[in-house]
Design a binder for this molecule. Structure first.
Ligand code: ADP
Ligand code: ADP
Length: 227
């Protein structure tokens, strides 16, 4: 996944805000990437544009060499559903269906048959085996976020986008959720792009992108990562 000179301008004239200025970055497959920076620096706008949730004013987002904004709205929404997974600050689980059905919902919505072995594997990896018959309100925040991660994985996405996934969690639970993201990268070869306010969390990812005023200030390879 790459961005090529992504620019996003909100408003016009004296109210104009350049939320992104010519941002070109590449996201290597199988890496855990964090995006940090002060509030208003353009993190969410970058994530939303990369994920095809928001249209840039100019520039491209290339997935496997193809600009996702060359697609029709329909094709783009199919691409989002099939190739991308999403995890947000609020867990957004459906309260009236059990955990198993929450996890497999994206697959069911796509009218695809459920790969039971794969779903069992992700349930196992996320430590949710004894929770699948439960309902969201019976789980703690950290457990609900693990369900949201499993749901994001259910369609075998190319990239998972996470917007402040630990924002609603205490620091101990946050650390645990980040460990599960890490396990997804290591066991499934998943690629994760995560926006976070938390510098400690960012330090545990493979690559840390720092934004300032709509631009990339630095892209740091954390190398041999900390446990
Ligand atoms: P961050 O995620 O780093 O807090 P955002 O991407 O949310 O930053 O915002 C970047 C800039 O764009 C900010 O100045 C913000 O106020 C502005 N912005 C974001 N979304 C909108 C919008 N829908 N309309 C107008 N301005 C926006
Ligand atoms: P964060 O800092 O967590 O990214 P924000 O408070 O910046 O969250 O933005 C929350 C939502 O409000 C986003 O959907 C963003 O697009 C929108 N938003 C942010 N700034 C503005 C703005 N100046 N005008 C209109 N919408 C905005």
């Amino acid at each position: 996944l790459k961005t090529d000179k992504l620019t996003k301008i909100y408003g016009r004239e004296e109210n104009k805000v350049e939320a992104l200025k010519d941002v070109s970055i590449s996201v290597e497959k199988g890496k855990f990437i964090s995006v940090i920076g002060p509030s208003g620096s353009g993190k969410s706008t970058l994530l939303h544009c990369m994920a095809g949730l928001d249209t840039p004013t100019s520039g491209k987002v290339l997935l496997n060499g193809e600009n996702i904004f060359d697609l029709s709205d329909n094709r783009l929404s199919v691409l989002r559903r099939r190739n991308f997974g999403f995890v947000f600050q609020s867990f957004n689980l459906i309260p009236v269906i059990d955990i198993y059905d929450n996890i497999t919902l994206p697959v069911s919505l796509d009218n695809k048959s459920i790969d039971k072995d794969y779903i069992s594997e992700i349930i196992d990896i996320l430590g949710l085996k004894d929770k699948i018959k439960r309902f969201p309100n019976e789980l703690s925040g950290g457990q609900q976020q693990r369900v949201a991660i499993a749901r994001a994985l259910s369609n075998k996405p190319d990239v998972i986008f996470a917007d402040e996934p630990t924002g609603n969690l205490d620091s101990k639970t946050a650390e645990e959720v980040i460990k599960f993201f890490r396990i997804c990268v290591e066991k499934l070869g998943e690629t994760i792009v995560m926006v976070t306010h938390n510098e400690e969390v960012a330090f545990t990812t493979d690559i840390c992108i720092t934004m300032r005023d709509g631009e990339i200030l630095s892209k740091r390879d954390n190398g041999e990562r900390k446990k």
